[in-house]
Design a protein around this ligand. Structure first.
Ligand code: PMP
Length: 334
């Protein structure tokens, strides 16, 4: 009989898919690492599993303990599944701007979700940061993974995503492209690929970051953008700036239009940061030859964005449809 004993053993080993349509005019092979095949539907299952296992080993997370993390998204889902399977409780803290669908997903897996007001200062006692710190202090056997500073975030990619890509491409990968949120994916995967290819005749793998225009990674000041899960207004310690050779800034409009094309033309219903990463990958691939192999990592599925990126009205409000006029991001956010 062939079966898995727990969802945990389904984390990682995601497939590579060649992009055949959006790549027209490009000579290089462009391959997508499709992370929605993870059991929680995103790349974050990898870090959830390894952060929890490392905390079990170090004694920070004790049997029956409680995981407390300020997250509303993919990391929460990954942590909730692994915690449930291993017998831990989860409490997630998220701001009230988060959609009820996302909150309901976390609750469906058995997690508790504490919703905090968005319209207060970060130092206000009810702010999302302060509430999560207070919960950690007040809950017995609480542990906070803190994906932004936890070394097991990049390490999980050094130990899994990187080796998978090297093996899947038979050591022929020449460029790795990924969005930067916490920086864990690009730092861990990038460092592994650079080290293993250091002495290769064709040179080491080039590591290319994709970033929403406005975020600090591509030289912005943190001004608003709508792509979720990537870009920051500070520099997290999970991000190792020495690993990236190049960072390409991508607009919301280009990111979302590409996200729609991936669904329509490649059969890939993925999130907005995936469209962003593919735009950057195609820019990186311009001018490369037929021997080059560009791998772009697609973090999550498009299911969480049906009322935004895949909704004409929402896209049109922002002027993101080809012929739509619409307001600017600033106008709509005001
Ligand atoms: N895309 C999405 C949808 C994400 O949730 C994340 C994680 N924040 C990323 C991209 C970026 O990954 P990382 O945090 O490893 O840089």
């Amino acid at each position: 009989m062939q079966f898995h004993d727990s969802m945990i053993s389904l984390v990682g080993n995601t497939p590579l898919l060649r992009l055949r349509s959006v790549t027209s005019g490009i000579q290089a092979t462009v391959l997508a690492k499709v992370e929605y095949f993870n059991p929680g539907g995103s790349v974050k299952d990898r870090i959830a599993l390894r952060m929890i296992e490392a905390a079990e080993r170090s004694g920070e997370l004790r049997p029956g303990g409680t995981i407390v993390e300020p997250t509303s998204g993919n990391t929460g889902v990954g942590l909730a599944i692994v915690a449930q399977q291993k017998g831990y409780k989860c409490v997630f803290v998220c701001p009230d701007k988060v959609s009820t669908d996302k909150i309901n997903v976390l609750r469906a897996y058995g997690a508790e979700v504490v919703v905090c007001p968005t319209a207060v200062d970060p130092d206000h006692p009810d702010s999302y940061y302060n509430v999560s710190d207070r919960l950690v202090r007040e809950t017995p056997d609480a542990w906070k993974p803190d994906q932004y500073s936890n070394p097991n975030n990049p390490r999980s990619h050094y130990e899994t995503t990187g080796p998978e890509l090297w093996e899947q491409t038979d050591g022929r990968i020449t460029h790795f492209v990924a969005g930067i949120g916490t920086g864990g994916t690009i730092s861990g995967t990038g460092r592994f690929l650079k080290e293993i290819s250091a002495d290769r005749a064709s040179g080491p793998v080039r590591i290319v970051g994709a970033d929403p225009e406005g975020s600090v990674y591509s030289g912005g000041s943190g001004r608003p953008y709508l792509v979720e899960g990537v870009g920051e207004d500070f520099w997290p310690t999970a991000y190792d700036r020495t690993v990236t050779d190049d960072i390409i800034g991508v607009s919301d409009k280009d990111s979302f239009q590409m996200t729609r094309r991936l669904a329509k033309e490649e059969g890939l219903l993925v999130g907005g940061s995936c469209g962003m990463a593919v735009v950057a990958a195609l820019k990186a691939a311009e001018g490369l030859g037929p021997d080059d192999v560009v791998v772009v990592l697609l973090p999550d599925s498009g299911r969480g964005y049906l009322s935004k990126i895949f909704n004409d009205e929402w896209m049109n409000d922002y002027g993101f449809l080809e012929h739509g006029g619409g307001a600017t991001v600033g106008d709509v956010l005001r």
